[in-house]
Write a protein that binds this ligand. Structure first.
Ligand SMILES: *[C@@H]1O[C@H](CO)[C@@H](O)[C@H](O)[C@H]1NC(C)=O
Ligand SMILES: *[C@@H]1O[C@H](CO)[C@@H](O)[C@H](O)[C@H]1NC(C)=O
Length: 112
């Protein structure tokens, strides 16, 4: 019984860590929103979406890149930071969807 409880807690932690929202860097109060991009795609049969969201180099330094998954049911895309990001003036975020599922993610770039 106790083992079962421990196992389910461990499982919950693992599933909880499977994040479809992500933050790189740290945003402070007076940072500006440099860009907000929402990527919405319909599911494709037997295939998945692989979308790059590119923020080209601008004037400001990026302090944080934040990705929100607008599906709140664990079926969204998993984000990764491909290049740039905090400390740079550009960023590329990759959104990798799941097979047979669409994506709906918002990518925010903050800077100062
Ligand atoms: C961006 O960071 C560099 C290096 O720290 C700094 O020299 C530059 O002034 C910063 N740019 C802005 C717009 O704050
Ligand atoms: C997750 O939620 C989205 C939006 O509400 C919906 O379109 C999608 O079918 C859901 N996926 C699953 C696996 O339930």
């Amino acid at each position: 019984m106790r083992l079962l409880l421990v196992l389910s807690v461990v499982l919950a932690v693992i599933l909880g860590c499977h994040a479809y929202s992500a933050t790189w860097g740290r945003r402070v109060n007076n940072d500006f929103l440099l860009s907000r991009t929402r990527e919405v795609r319909n599911p494709i049969k037997n295939n998945y979406w692989n979308v790059n969201v590119n923020y080209p180099a601008g004037f400001y330094n990026i302090s944080a890149v934040i990705v929100y998954d607008n599906f709140k049911n664990n079926s969204g895309a998993s984000p990764s930071l491909y290049s740039g990001g905090p400390g740079y003036r550009f960023a590329t975020v990759n959104l990798r969807g799941q097979v047979n599922r669409g994506i709906d993610s918002t990518v925010e770039v903050w800077g100062r």
